[in-house]
Design a protein around this ligand. Structure first.
Ligand SMILES: [Zn+2]
Length: 371
């Protein structure tokens, strides 16, 4: 039995209040990889919160039976700051109220730490690099509650071999953001979690949480045969929080952990599952051409063809309501895997995502990153 639950106090912005993280740690009976899982970094994305609550009892049971290997760190709620940002009964979790931006952007890039170590010691080992990363995290700025939260989460995750950051979209199929270097690992994860849409890119320029774990190893990829597989898992949409989905996702995570050598002697049968890989540049980020009420002509998950009518937007200012409808067409052929929840949409707003095959001309960092 190795299971330990730790409370880590966080800085708080309001007198008379306190905040803390709950951290579950399992140390396996034998050596193996280290995996880190967290949910709801964007504090209003809740499917992962329940999925991890379903996963924990299974991990505790496996731990009691001595069947866990390696190390598992599980943070069941990653962002108590964002979860507290409630107005009129709605948690506004994506952006920090402290004007420090999107919670999943601009995480520290510790590439220079690794590059410097390798330049002074060409024979540095993987464990020495991990140690350097752990030490670098201890030096990160912690002046604000959010900076302190970021440094605290990284102190738990930076030396992991696998990092899974559980998010969700508005209304969506299961989908996964990963990168071209880790396509095999991403396909394996997608098969276990039955994720039909795998989105691949080079590193985004905005350093989300997943990239903070990939970039340090990328710098020394030619010298060190090791990397961290770090991915953002989108567990459907905001409203897809129920025991049935959570149990399915927890089973998928268990099966994935087993495939990665973190569970001994337990078989989790994996049924064949088709995963479709799409370059992020080939995703049609459908924009609302005008402001109005959106009337969808297709359903979530539907296969559409280029030029197909997918929605109409009703202009509420039009003198003639019939003539005041603007058609929205798909610019690619593929699967409509995400759509917005709001029915009143604003001109220029991203209202849907279609995983297609034709590349669109988008600059790095200005993709449809909603992870
Ligand atoms: Zn998110």
């Amino acid at each position: 039995m190795s299971h330990k639950v730790t409370r880590i106090d966080l800085k708080c912005s309001s007198p008379g209040t306190s905040r803390f993280l709950t951290v579950h740690k399992f140390i396996g009976a034998a050596a193996g990889p280290k995996i880190y899982l967290q949910a709801a970094l964007h504090a209003d994305e809740w499917p992962g919160l329940l999925a991890l609550q379903h996963l924990l009892p299974a991990l505790i049971e496996l731990d009691n039976r001595g069947q866990l290997l390696g190390e598992i760190i599980l943070v069941p709620y990653a962002n108590p700051i964002g979860m507290d940002q409630k107005i009129n009964g709605v948690v506004l979790g994506r952006q920090s109220f402290s004007a420090e931006g999107n919670f999943n952007r601009h995480w520290p890039d510790l590439s220079a730490v690794v590059a410097q170590l390798l330049s002074s010691n060409e024979a540095a080992t993987v464990s020495e690099i991990k140690q350097a990363l752990r030490e670098a995290v201890q030096q990160l700025p912690t002046q604000t509650p959010l900076k302190h939260l970021k440094a605290t989460l990284l102190s738990l995750s930076i030396d992991a071999d696998i990092v899974l950051d559980l998010h969700c979209d508005s209304q969506a199929l299961l989908h996964l953001y990963s990168n071209f270097r880790h396509v095999k690992q991403a396909e394996t994860l997608a098969k276990h979690l039955r994720i039909p849409v795998l989105l691949l890119e080079d590193e985004p320029g905005v350093t989300p949480f997943d990239a903070a774990h990939i970039l340090p190893w990328l710098t020394v990829a030619e010298k060190i045969n090791h990397s961290c597989f770090s991915a953002t898992v989108e567990l459907r949409g905001f409203a897809d929080v129920n025991d049935e989905f959570a149990a399915q996702d927890a089973r998928g995570l268990l099966s994935y952990l087993s495939s990665q050598g973190l569970i001994a002697g337990e078989l989790y049968p994996v049924e064949p599952f088709a995963v479709s890989s799409t370059e992020l540049t080939a995703v049609d980020a459908v924009m609302a051409p005008c402001t109005g009420i959106i009337c969808w002509q297709v359903a979530l998950g539907e296969a559409v063809v280029k030029g197909q009518l997918i929605a109409e937007i009703v202009d509420l200012t039009a003198a003639n309501p019939v003539a005041g409808r603007t058609a929205v067409y798909s610019k690619t052929s593929g699967v409509l895997f995400a759509m917005g929840m709001a029915k009143l949409v604003t001109v220029g707003e991203n209202v849907a995502k279609i995983a297609g095959t034709e590349k669109f001309d988008r600059k790095a960092g200005e993709q449809l990153l909603s992870l």
